[in-house]
Design a protein around this ligand. Structure first.
Ligand code: 13P
Length: 260
């Protein structure tokens, strides 16, 4: 059985003081939710402070991006070993990075391989844009992102990989992808791509998260689906009660999935 994972992507929100405050309010309740992996992904400047607040808890810490090179003249970038000093996870290829910062399947691939070489768990985002969705290109796009983004990655680390399905067309449009649609993409596109890359056993052990407009109100619906192993949460991860409820919904789904 795959352990559910709920990760909060804070995006470009929270100063160090605000981040501390949010973690103070969230950590005690969050650590009490057992059997679910919980991860916070604050902006880079808050990583040090948040990591010290999480010492002794089972709450993981992730970066929202990193460069693939180990060091050197890359102004404004952060190297894998710098991330590894504080984090065990790193989000790679988020649609906002692809859209606003020119990330490609090739750069995603370099980052995934660098993350693995630094013993970081990559949370790799894939998903189609509105234009691609409307022209029925979902299958082609997701298959390509999976194949190129994960090419030549370390098979020994395959089971640790996390994939997040992000239907970009649903962001901020009020047209959230239904659980049926999300599960269909994971079952028919993402899991088969993982099987092709890493074999059936490894593919079955890789967590696939749903990402986009997950809230306290709809999380349970996504998590009830056998193919959906948790969520990468944006806006709702900045609200204490909402994020706690989402983690609790993951916990509840674990119990019902283990009974089936
Ligand atoms: P929202 O949950 O705010 O829709 O953001 C989704 C996302 O991009 C998470 O990384």
């Amino acid at each position: 059985m795959r352990i559910p994972l709920v990760a909060g992507n804070w995006k470009m929100n929270k100063t160090v003081a605000e981040a501390r405050d949010l973690v103070f309010k969230m950590a005690i309740q969050l650590r009490e939710i057992r059997g679910v992996e919980k991860v916070l992904c604050p902006p880079f400047p808050a990583l040090v402070a948040v990591s010290s607040l999480l010492v002794g808890t089972d709450i993981g810490l992730g970066a929202q991006n990193m460069h693939w090179e180990a060091k050197g003249a890359f102004t404004g970038e952060v190297a894998p070993n710098m991330v590894k000093e504080f984090c065990n996870y790193v989000i790679i290829g988020h649609s906002e990075r692809r859209t606003y910062f020119g990330e490609t399947d090739e750069s995603v691939n370099k980052k995934v391989r660098a993350a693995q070489a630094s013993d970081l768990t990559p949370i790799v985002c894939v998903g189609e844009t509105l234009e691609q969705y409307e022209s029925n290109q979902t299958g082609e796009v997701v298959a390509r992102q999976m194949k190129l983004g994960l090419a030549d990655t370390d098979p020994a680390q395959a089971a640790r990989l996390v994939v997040a399905y992000e239907p970009v067309w649903a962001i901020g449009t009020g047209r959230a992808s239904t659980a049926d649609n999300a599960e269909g993409v994971v079952r028919d596109l993402i899991r088969p791509a993982l099987t092709e890359l890493f074999g059936a056993d490894a593919a079955q052990s890789i967590r696939v998260l749903y990402c986009v407009s997950v809230t306290a109100a709809n999380a349970a619906e996504y998590f009830a689906r056998p193919e959906i192993d948790g969520a990468l949460v944006g806006g709702a991860s900045l609200k204490v009660d909402d994020f706690i409820e989402i983690a609790k919904a993951a916990r509840a789904s674990l119990m019902s999935k283990s009974m089936n």
